[in-house]
Design a protein around this ligand. Sequence first.
Ligand code: SAH
Ligand code: MG
Length: 205
Amino acid sequence: KDIYQHNLLNINYNGYLLKMKEYAETNDVPIMQDEGIAFLIMLLKVKRPKRILEIGSAIGFSSSVMALNSDALIDTMERDLKMISECKKNHEALGISNRIQLIEGDALETFEKVKDNKYDFIFIDAAKAQYINFFEMYKTVLTEDGIILSDNLYFHDLLFEEVNNRDLRQLVRKVGKYNDFLINHQEFETHIFKIGDGVGVSTRK
Ligand code: SAH
Ligand code: MG
């Protein structure tokens, strides 16, 4: 049944992407899993974006998938030095570094670098505690009919659990607050799906 379900997602990772998945698994890098990736690919096929902004590149897995499944120019932001070097290496190896620009630094501080651009697709997948700030900051560079996709909105289902660890509980609360923020937003309409770790799709009202 699992194999059948996986076949229906119809994801065809090349050998290099499979290696990246293995690396992520071994090194605990929280890349998007297959169901979320299939949803992301579907959105790209429907939307056909020209310019994509991603917040949270990690090893460049999702940005690689986006590059290989669209014609878009992609800007992706990452602050962790180890991730930055992995990401660069991977984009080069896949031969897609000409279409992806890696913007190094904290995404709360690198807005300047993209402020004159317009993106028709923005993917928020970084530190959960900052999601509201990212959304409010980067909605200003979204085209009128653009889409903002947010990941991890069910946060490993912890929203519904008793969480003992204090820091983790704070994070879970932040994700809950972000969900409320999205659902009650004045300018955007959002639908949140229990796909993968939970994805939210936001468009202007
Ligand atoms: N989108 C990736 C996974 C991203 S994991 C994929 O699916 O393949 C989240 C990443 O966001 C981590 O690498 C972390 O270092 C980065 N990150 C978290 N907060 C950030 C911030 N404020 N600015 C830039 N990068 C951030
Ligand atoms: Mg994620």
